[in-house]
Design a protein around this ligand. Structure first.
Ligand code: TRP
Length: 446
């Protein structure tokens, strides 16, 4: 197995691929809207703290297990557990991860479909000369039309599955190499533009001056869940990528580079979006529609607005594409590990995710008032519980596995940071990340 598995072409390709997984709707759509709902700077502060204290060390743990195992997540974990003389049941963690990304990809694909719709609309100049109220009403009408949502959801999922079916080096690597640098350039332009608007000052104080009294266990749980979500950690998805990591590359350095790039994108997107919110006197707590309503409103009034807006949605679509490819990977790798061909595994994943995604599609019309669990409709449920509960739980178990269970020598080698680097990382995981995750999860659930 070791010899036959494909590897990422270069170290840079690995970092670009993991960044491609990390940067997506989480940074550009989810981060602004839940930050808006949770009071701004406090949420941002917690989220950055959780990225550093838990997300980063756990990201290393997850990639490390894949790198040491060089197999599909389930097989890597099972193999390393057997090597350490531990229970083979650890491998079910891989299946739990696949279930988590199954739920996440189902709504991810639906929301990514919204940006296809908005890309086409902005190229057509549909937003030109429209007021905020008109654009908001247009968005609501779009959500209430299951046929348009279904069309875009289907299109996006087909785009994803085609790349996944094409295989690792051919599909993912080339795509990432091509697209990621473009994404950063476009975001910088966008944030630079925001700095020239009168909403820029208020946006900065909203994002960076925390009111510490607003910290509650629930806000902490959401910020923690978002740290996992945005780094793509906790569902064995990065583990699947770790299996393809080149032999000579420091894992901590690669992971830190990804985390910096990821947080930077969220901040740039946040600055751009909240500048618009404050310049237009809008409500930061608008919800999932925040980005989709604010940006067209702002750009509609600008010289060259439709062009900037089209670029923005193009960028968003590219970012979500590379993320959804990563979301599909653990499921495909698991089915492949069970003997299915890559093409067949991809098709099976595509069809089942499409089906579950239809419940999210209908959550904006027919099923809007259908409370499935905890008073939430299907979309609210899959976009809340898997990111906020399943990911921290999965990350926690992966961390315990990496720090306590798997053979120490294997972990040391796969981290590739020397004995001192290894001891520091493991101590951080054992005495900070794992207990902190337990406390936040426990407090949040109660
Ligand atoms: N991190 C991505 C985003 O921010 C979403 C994502 C990609 C993800 N792969 C993942 C989330 C794996 C959890 C697990 O949009």
């Amino acid at each position: 197995m070791n010899e036959t598995l494909e590897r990422w072409g270069t170290r840079r390709a690995f970092i670009l691929a993991v960044t491609g997984a990390a940067v997506g709707l989480g940074n550009i759509w989810r981060f602004p809207y839940i930050t808006g709902e949770n009071g701004g700077a406090v949420f941002l502060l917690l989220y950055v703290a959780f990225v550093l204290l838990l997300g980063l060390p756990m990201m290393m743990a997850e990639i490390l297990v894949g790198r040491a195992g060089r197999r599909s997540p389930m097989q890597s974990i099972g193999h390393l557990a057997a090597q350490a003389g531990a229970s083979r049941h650890w491998r079910w963690l891989g299946l739990f991860g696949a279930f988590t990304v199954f739920c996440i990809l189902s709504f991810y694909s639906v929301v990514s479909g919204w940006s296809i719709e908005f890309l086409v609309a902005s190229i057509n100049g549909d937003f030109v000369g429209r007021s905020a109220a008109e654009i908001g009403a247009g968005f609501d009408a779009f959500l209430a039309d299951p046929r348009r949502l279904t069309f875009n959801h289907t299109l996006f999922l087909v785009m994803t599955i085609l790349v996944v079916a094409a295989g690792v080096t051919k599909g993912l690597e080339k795509l990432n190499n091509l697209l990621m640098p473009m994404l950063y350039a476009l975001l910088l332009v966008l944030a630079g533009y925001a700095a020239t608007t009168e909403g820029f000052g208020p946006a900065l104080s909203w994002l960076f001056l925390p009111d510490v009294s607003a910290v509650t266990p629930l806000v902490m749980l959401q910020a923690m869940g978002h740290a996992f979500f945005t780094l793509a950690v906790g569902a064995c998805a990065l583990m699947a990528y770790g299996a393809y990591m080149p032999d000579h590359q420091s894992l901590p350095r690669a992971a830190a580079a990804v985390a910096v790039l990821d947080v930077a994108v969220a901040l740039l997107a946040g600055i751009a979006i909240f500048s618009v919110v404050f310049a237009q006197g809008m409500d930061p707590g608008e919800g999932p529609g925040l980005m989709f309503v604010t940006l067209p409103v702002a750009f509609a009034e600008l010289p060259g607005g439709p062009l900037w807006l089209s670029l923005f949605f193009l960028l968003l679509l590219l970012a979500t594409w590379t993320s959804s490819i990563n979301l599909a990977e653990p499921m495909v790798a698991t089915l492949q590990g069970w003997g299915l061909s890559r093409g067949l595994a991809s098709a099976a994943v595509g069809i089942s995710v499409w089906g579950l995604g239809m419940l999210s599609v209908l959550s904006f019309s027919t099923l809007a008032e259908t409370r499935v669990l905890f008073g939430m409709n299907p979309f609210e449920l899959v976009s809340t519980i898997p990111p906020e509960i399943f990911l921290p739980l999965g990350g926690l178990l992966i961390a315990v596995f990496a720090a306590w269970v798997m053979p120490e020598q294997e972990a040391l080698r796969a981290l590739d940071a020397g004995p001192n680097g290894f001891r520091f990382w493991r101590a951080l995981l054992r005495w900070v990340s794992i207990p902190l995750t337990l406390v936040v999860l426990g407090a949040g659930l109660i």
